[in-house]
Design a protein around this ligand. Structure first.
Ligand code: HPA
Ligand code: ZN
Length: 376
């Protein structure tokens, strides 16, 4: 294909997709059922792990084509194994095990694009996705392979789905800080593909101090910063303070325990720190988990914290994507439509986008909510 066409075609396609979406959003009244309303609402996903989006079926497909022997004959067997996940450490053991299937550029592409498709079908139009390069380097995968797969998936999402995506390089909290610093420097050839840095994997004691230098370096490189503070972990309040004061984060992933300390609430409000809550469910039933998480999200909305709803690891938890989760949160807490809309608006208010992009996304929500009555 001539190079002018190669450049122009995606742009044209993107404009058609965007125009179609805008037309769909503004030419009709919003649907009457809460489920349809939530699924059609434009929203951003800001807390989702590339690796954790891999559904059991895709895991088996990838393992088979890479000729990797697994103990699982069927997707149901993989889901049976995922029943062993009952908290963060037990989940991460299985997460790291299943990631072992990923080897090629095509693998990373297929996992990311599979997620983008699913997310788009539930109204997600913008994604900032985590990935864990250390987990792949440790297994002998080259960064070049990983970044090439991610970039191609991002382009395909834009061209085929009208979905805009960026990537967040996550450092592993349970590995040495030197390893984080090294992977950041090794990633510099692909810096334009990375929008920010984060911290995930098990929450080790005092982790904010451990990563202070590498976060300062990331800031120097012009990268945004976020960190997981998982729900109900030991020393959670100290960890929340640590990521704010030592790592200068703009968002906290999960962050529900902000509610445990009135002074934390105040600083998170003052600094307009985003909280990317994830009211996900493991395959194993954990009584009260949704009620607690949805209740905390509702409380956060009530005090005007910038909280959003996110899917975290949908492929390895109960295949619940952002639309599914917003609906469950709404039903669990009997949220009003206005509150659901606020959750969607928050997702763009705390996204790492330009003021123009923010205005455009927020306007698309208003157009969707007001339907024909205000846009015709
Ligand atoms: N917390 C920490 N690490 C993770 C998570 C999470 O929710 N998901 C994947 N890695
Ligand atoms: Zn997470």
């Amino acid at each position: 294909m001539p190079s002018v066409l190669r450049f122009l075609l995606p742009v044209l396609l993107m404009s058609v997709v965007a125009a179609t979406c805008a037309a769909a959003a503004s030419s009709a009244a919003p649907p009457a059922s809460m489920e349809a309303f939530i699924f059609g609402l434009p929203k951003a996903e800001l807390h989702v792990h590339l690796e954790g989006t891999m559904e059991p079926e895709l895991f088996l497909t990838i393992a088979a084509r890479n000729k990797i022997k697994t103990p699982y004959a069927t997707a149901a067997d993989v889901r049976q194994r995922l029943l062993d996940a009952k908290d963060l450490p037990s989940f991460i053991v299985i997460y790291e095990e299943l990631i072992g299937a990923l080897r090629t550029e095509q693998d990373f592409h297929d996992v990311a694009l599979g997620y983008f498709r699913k997310a788009r079908s539930q109204g997600v139009v913008y994604v900032e996705m985590f990935f864990d390069p250390q987990l792949h380097l440790e297994r002998g995968v080259k960064l070049k392979t990983l970044y090439a797969g991610l970039e191609r998936a991002r382009r395909d999402a834009r061209e085929q789905l009208g979905l805009e995506a960026h990537y967040i390089l996550c450092f592993l909290r349970d590995r040495p800080a030197e390893s984080a610093a090294k992977v950041l420097e090794q990633s510099r050839p692909w810096l334009a593909q990375i929008i920010g840095v984060g911290l995930d994997n098990p929450e080790v004691e005092n982790f904010p101090a451990k990563f202070q230098a590498v976060f300062a370096r990331a800031k120097e490189l012009g990268l945004h910063r976020t960190s997981h503070c998982d729900v109900g972990q030991p020393n959670t309040v100290e960890h929340h303070w640590g990521v704010i004061e030592l790592l200068d984060v703009e968002r906290i992933d999960h962050g529900l325990n902000v509610l445990d300390d009135p002074e934390l609430i105040e600083i998170v409000q003052d600094k307009r720190i985003g909280l990317t809550a994830a009211p996900t469910l493991f395959y194993r039933d954990i009584p009260g988990r949704m009620e607690y998480r949805a209740g905390a999200i509702r409380k956060m909305l009530d005090i005007e914290l910038l909280v959003s709803v996110n899917s975290d690891d949908p492929g390895m938890k109960r295949s619940l994507y952002v639309g599914d989760l917003m609906l469950r949160v709404q039903q669990t807490t009997n949220m009003s439509r206005d509150q659901v809309v606020q959750l969607a608006k928050n997702s763009f208010l705390i996204a790492w986008i330009t003021p123009e992009e923010r205005s455009r996304y927020l306007a698309s929500i208003d157009a969707y909510v007001n339907g024909a009555s205000t846009t015709d």
